[in-house]
Design a protein around this ligand. Structure first.
Ligand SMILES: *[C@@H]1O[C@H](CO)[C@@H](O)[C@H](O)[C@H]1NC(C)=O
Ligand SMILES: *[C@@H]1O[C@H](CO)[C@@H](O)[C@H](O)[C@H]1NC(C)=O
Ligand SMILES: *[C@@H]1O[C@H](CO)[C@@H](O)[C@H](O)[C@H]1NC(C)=O
Ligand SMILES: *[C@@H]1O[C@H](CO)[C@@H](O)[C@H](O)[C@H]1NC(C)=O
Ligand SMILES: *[C@@H]1O[C@H](CO)[C@@H](O)[C@H](O)[C@H]1NC(C)=O
Ligand SMILES: *[C@@H]1O[C@H](CO)[C@@H](O)[C@H](O)[C@H]1NC(C)=O
Length: 522
């Protein structure tokens, strides 16, 4: 490690020399001078700062200690699905190396850790068969290790993976039977962990599960039809809405259990985490502006409107008609339990062009909402490209999505449950460049500035989690995209901090100072 002063000058020159960063060297200067106090400030603030992970992408240990098979185990074991032919059998072995990983978090000075529980580790056969006490014990040990270091567990109940048994018995999310089975699983987690865990997320990215699993067929259970893909079965125009409907009602069933059985005594919060692209209209035509709002409905209001407002967005009702399931009286009473926070996974933005009134050569079909999504206008990208093919630098979207949520959902508390960027092994980035990830520090810095602006304008944001703690299994990309603040050597599974892991402390400190200054002035 370089002496602090040289290190500082080096970083400052890099930032300013490449003109990557929004802030001035002066600001970076302040960051470094005040570095010594960084630990104190982050731990005295209520704002949650952490890194995120998910069990399938991190744990490995795929049949250890009584775990059952899940849908992603089965899917990744079938040839041809994953770009580099890999799977999640070992991944970064977080199941066995969690103590080392908690130490990495302690070194970064974070006060929270977002991770998910493997449903098939707790209930190897879904809701059928016994609770696997070895699975319970594992998560209790992880939770205790975190709390010992003052790190709050922030738990997701399902992050894409469900027990394979439920797929085979009744088609997983396609069946309304999953609602009670999910709330049964949630009840077990609240019961065994809820005295120590104050933050719960029911489902991670239901939009991705519904669209990739049941419209495009690129994620399990690989169902689709017609022009959407080459699947052995499915109905791309109906099934995404049925699966999503069951996800919404599964969330509601789990929240009802928490509210009626556990919350009063345990005193935690429960929410849902959504993948969100910020959408900008391609032009200022009234058609493109309406299409942009329609796109937001078909993307994330699809889930939030029922949960918070008790109905599907009007754009979806109008276009989909009888393809959109209805909520019964009983469903509506479950939905009335709502949520305590909205989790936002925000990375990037797209332009939206109308295809309902104007013909679009490449537009989405009617059941997708009839709009064209693009990252380019007049040959210019919406933001600087990054290592992940779908992420373009768009920090201003952070404030915009937060303000949009505040206004539409009556200032419901928000948590940025994911934000991050990747290095791409396909681009042959050298190990030196991968470790010296100035691009990621710059990315986090600009998105955090945008977030603090939103908070200063009155948004109720409770936390920020970087995706991700470590490089890990990135779904269809396998191990070729590296989202970690720590590099993982996949030969020996050694973790090496990237520059961003070291700089995170200063970014947190800077953020807290901005907000404290703000509070002091009000
Ligand atoms: C799981 O779902 C099935 C089908 O609806 C139901 O028969 C069973 O009782 C459920 N199990 C639990 C533990 O809720
Ligand atoms: C389905 O497979 C056919 C034949 O291999 C191919 O031409 C077509 O592009 C595929 N469709 C999709 C949507 O992947
Ligand atoms: C739309 O109008 C706003 C306000 O006049 C302007 O700032 C923006 O650049 C316009 N957008 C486009 C795509 O023309
Ligand atoms: C939902 O209710 C509306 C209005 O009653 C009806 O038009 C629509 O067909 C129903 N949808 C389904 C899937 O039953
Ligand atoms: C990266 O290296 C591989 C193997 O050496 C090569 O096939 C590939 O074309 C390179 N990719 C780029 C973007 O240079
Ligand atoms: C990864 O580990 C292997 C085996 O120990 C070692 O040979 C290699 O140099 C390591 N790579 C990096 C980038 O540290």
């Amino acid at each position: 490690m370089l002496p602090a002063m040289f290190y500082h000058i080096a970083i400052c020159m890099l930032f300013c020399g490449f003109n990557f960063i929004v802030s001035s060297c002066h600001q970076i200067d302040n960051l470094n001078i005040l570095k010594e106090n960084a630990n104190q400030v982050t731990s005295s603030s209520n704002f949650l700062f952490g890194t995120a992970s998910s069990c399938f992408q991190f744990e490995g240990a795929f049949l250890s200690d009584g775990k059952g098979l899940n849908n992603w185990d089965v899917f990744t074991h079938e040839a041809g699905h994953i770009k580099d032919g890999s799977n999640g059998d070992v991944t970064v072995d977080h199941y066995n190396r969690y103590l080392e990983d908690v130490k990495l978090m302690e070194d970064m000075g974070v006060n929270s850790y977002r991770f998910s529980i493997s449903w098939a580790r707790i209930l190897p056969k879904g809701a059928f068969g016994d609770v696997n006490m070895a699975g319970i014990e594992h998560y209790n040990k992880l939770i205790d290790a975190l709390l010992q270091k003052g790190i709050q567990p922030f738990i997701t109940l399902t992050h894409y993976d469900i027990p394979q048994e439920l797929e085979e018995r009744y088609g997983g999310w396609l069946s309304s039977r999953i609602q009670d089975n999910f709330s049964y699983y949630a009840d077990i987690c609240f019961k065994y962990f809820g005295d120590k865990v104050k933050y719960w997320t029911t489902i991670n990215e239901p939009h991705v599960m519904a669209v990739y699993g049941y419209r495009l067929g690129s994620y399990p259970p690989a169902r689709c039809s017609g022009i959407f893909g080459n699947c052995s079965a499915g109905d791309s125009e109906r099934e995404p809405f049925i699966a999503a409907h069951n996800m919404i009602l599964s969330h509601a069933a789990a929240v009802r259990i928490y509210r009626t059985k556990h919350q009063k005594r345990q005193g935690g919060m429960v929410g849902i985490a959504l993948d969100i692209q910020w959408y900008e209209p391609f032009s200022n035509s009234s058609e493109d502006i309406a299409a942009t709002e329609r796109a937001r409905s078909f993307y994330f209001n699809w889930f939030l409107d029922p949960i918070i407002l008790g109905r599907y967005p009007k754009e979806m009702v109008q276009i989909l008609g009888s393809n959109l399931p209805n909520f019964s009286k009983n469903d509506l009473s479950k939905l009335s339990y709502g949520l305590d926070f909205i989790g936002i996974n925000y990375y990037t933005a797209n332009y939206i062009k109308d295809c309902l009134y104007a013909a679009c050569e490449h537009g989405n079909t009617w059941s997708e909402g009839s709009y064209y999504v693009t990252t380019e206008k007049d040959g210019v990208y919406i933001g600087q490209p990054t290592g992940a093919p779908w992420i373009f630098l768009y920090p201003q979207g952070m404030k915009k999505i937060v303000m949009y949520m505040r206004d539409r959902f009556n200032n419901t508390p928000l948590v940025i449950t994911e934000n991050g960027v990747a290095e791409n092994d396909d681009l042959n980035t050298s190990i030196t460049d991968t470790l010296n990830d100035i691009h990621r520090v710059n990315y986090m810095h600009s998105y955090l500035n945008s977030l603090s602006n939103a908070i200063r304008e009155g948004a109720d944001v409770r936390g920020y989690f970087v995706w991700s703690l470590l490089d890990n299994f990135e779904w269809l990309h396998g191990y070729r995209l590296r989202f970690g603040l720590h590099y993982v050597n996949y030969t020996n599974l050694q973790r090496i901090p990237k520059l961003s892991a070291t700089m995170y402390k200063q970014l947190m400190y800077n953020f807290n100072i901005q907000l404290e200054t703000h509070t002091a002035h009000n």
